[in-house]
Every structure is written in C-alpha cells, then in structure tokens.
Design a protein around this ligand. Sequence first.
Ligand code: GDP
Length: 424
Amino acid sequence: MQNCAIVGINWGDEGKGRMVDLLTEDFDVVVRYQGGGNAGHTVINEKGEFALHLLPSGIFRDGVVNILGNGVALDPENLWTEIQEVTAKGVAITPDNLKISDRASLLLPWHRDLDGLEEARLADKQYGSTKQGIAPFYSDKYQKKTILAGELFYEEELRSHLADLMEWKNLTLTQVYGAPACTMEDLEAWLANFCDKIKPFVCDTGAYLRDAQKQGKRVLFEAQLGALRDLDYGIIPYTTSSNTIAAYAPIGAGLPSLKLTDVIGVVKAYSTCVGEGPFVCEMFGDEAEVLRAEGHEYGAKTGRPRRVGPIDLVATRYGVEVQSATAIALTKLDVLSYMDKIPVCTRYEVRGEQVDYFPFPMDLADAKPVIKYVDGWKSDVSSVRQWEDLPKAAQDYVLMIEKAIGCPITYVSVGPERESIILR
Ligand code: GDP
C-alpha cells in the first residue's frame, strides 16, 4: 500500500482511529484532509487511551510525520488544548512529527458562537451540530472570509485582515442574532493564547508531501466521519460541511494529482449514528439499550449516547460505492457476541415498495427497514486472532456482509486494542 485512505463507510464512529493506529506501522506520513475537532477518534495503545479530535492518529508512532492538510478546519484553540492533553500523557509532539499546512484555513472565535446561535434559532429543527463552529467555518472559507494559517507569519497584514473580517462578522452577530460583538482585544487574546502556540508547526506541507512522494514514502490519509456525512453524497442537511470521501483526500491533503492505490473502508458490525437526521435501521427500547451498553456507544467528543441499530446493508453498500473502497475493515464484531439471533437490515421499504438502493434524502424520513435475523455465535471472540478460529456463525456473518456490499473484508476487529485484529 503506497497511498492509502482510511475512510468511514457509514455515519462515522466506525473505528477509523483504531485502524489508522494499527496501520501507521506501514506508513511514513499520516495526513488528515478534512473536518475539524467536531468528532473523535478513540485510540487505545501502549501509551494509554486517547480521544483524538484534530490530531492525526499516527501521532503515537515514532518516526511517523503527521500532517493537518489544507482541507481541515484548523481550530487553534482546540488543537492547542489537544496537543497539551496528549503531551501530558507522555507523547512527544514537535514540529518534526506534526506539521500544519500554511494553506489550512483558521476556524475563528466567532465560528463556534455562530454555530450555537444558529442551532438555538432552529430550536426543534436543529441539524444536530456539535457546535464546534464547523458549518460557519466552511461557509466562510468558501466566501474567502477567513485566515490562512500561513498568515500568522505576516503580523501586520494579519491584524488588518482580522479587523476587516471582524467588522463584517459583527454585523451578523449583533444584527441577526442580537449577540455581543467580538472585539480586537478578544482577537489579541486568541492570537496570544492559541495561534502563537501552534505557529511553530505551520509550514508548506504541500512541498513536504511532494518531496516525500519523490522519496517513495508511503502516505496514509485519515478521514473524519463517514460517507453518509459527506456534504455532497450524504444525508443532507444532517451531514458535516466538508467532503469525507476518499476522492477528496488528495485535494484536502495537499497532493492534488495523487491517485490513491488503496481505500480501506471501515464498517462497524452494527450501526450507530450520533445526532439528528434519518437513521432508517434505528432500534429502540431495551434492545437498543443493551447494544449501546455492550458497544459503549457514547460520543468521543460530546459524550452523547449514540443511536444504535443492526448493520444496514443498504447504507453500507452505498457507502462502499461512494468511497470506492478497495477493502473493508469490519470492527466491533466482538460486541455482537451476546446475541442469540442477530438482526440485519437487508432492504428498505420506500413508499410501500422494497428497494436495494440508498434513497434520495427526502425519501429517507419515511423509509422503513426490512429486517432479517441470522444466527449468533454466543461466545467471546475477543481473543481470536485467526480467521479459522472464529465460530462458524461469526464467519458466516462476515461473509454475508461481504457478499451484500461487494467488497472484500480483509480486517476483522474483535477489540479496541491495537492487536485485537484478524487478517484475512
Ligand atoms: P472513529 O471516529 O471512526 O475512530 O470511531 P470512534 O473512536 O468514535 O469509535 C470507535 C470506538 O470503538 C472506540 O471507542 C474504539 O476504541 C472502539 N473500537 C474500535 N474497534 C473495536 C472493536 O473491534 N471492538 C470493540 N469492542 N471496540 C472497538
């Protein structure tokens, strides 16, 4: 694998961080190419347990260079806080193993405020934002109304640019939402407390990556969230505001002409979804409570209980197509060990008709899951490391998914630890 993207096939939280942490062994560089600190990757390894939000998951491996590409929502406050938390647990983070693209745009202090204000205005129609400022950030990026990380090196121009942006944004804050205006003192404090701290990591990562390519270095692209949260292909408007799909990796990373050699799609053995929006296969009541507890399904960033359901073959097949996945990592198979019979969502019923395709967003709200049950294996599989040692019913479950989604499942994860993996 020379250039490989690790992406989510579903709604996010599939266990991408755990797969990146495992696979970084084979790569020299790990790049985050989109999104911000609005979701979390949980990584458990010999250094401890970490909830990463913006830092690439290769940060734990000695010799791996981690890059935050031009496509990310670079929140200096969140990033600096995260760097401090991770270094406090004994992980070294220096400009040698973390590099920030000078072309990454900065998430500005008012983006978080605007996110919260708009969700409050929407009241019971809210989009389920994590209120980290991601949607206002990307809107402003596309309006060219934010700051590039590289501008931190141009002190005078930076202040004048910030003052212009603040004057414009204060119109929205005060006149649309009736909120307090931002002041230059607020911005000076933000520059001193957070931007100055991350400045040493900012450089021309595009040049670094082109050079790394020439030297034959292997690059891993780490996505945030999943295909169904993609701004163009997901469950709009309950998506994120960036492109989570593998096709965006070269652009958001800083290597626009690159062709990915591999795309590993991460799929959970059942479904979870955080926040609002249609979730056709959702389970309720006791059945849902037990699965949520067994899978520890609470958001890494927000602590919100995740909505849960059986594996959704319709959505997963769509995610595999949208991601152009070349291989699948199926995670959390161990969690299903308690079930006698395992529910599987095989089709949707849309306006009285059973369908195999993933419907247009407007049709999702009324779509109903068609559920079938397959045999469970009722034994602990968390210590299994060889495919042959998996109970037959567990093998059948994996093979059934593989057939339905049309992509080889090459990794089966049976626990959160780095080594809890079966290679097929
Ligand atoms: P990500 O954002 O896609 O990286 O996913 P999250 O980190 O939000 O959620 C995945 C959660 O499942 C984390 O708590 C992982 O430690 C955990 N996890 C990943 N793979 C497995 C697995 O195979 N079995 C179990 N039991 N937990 C897993």
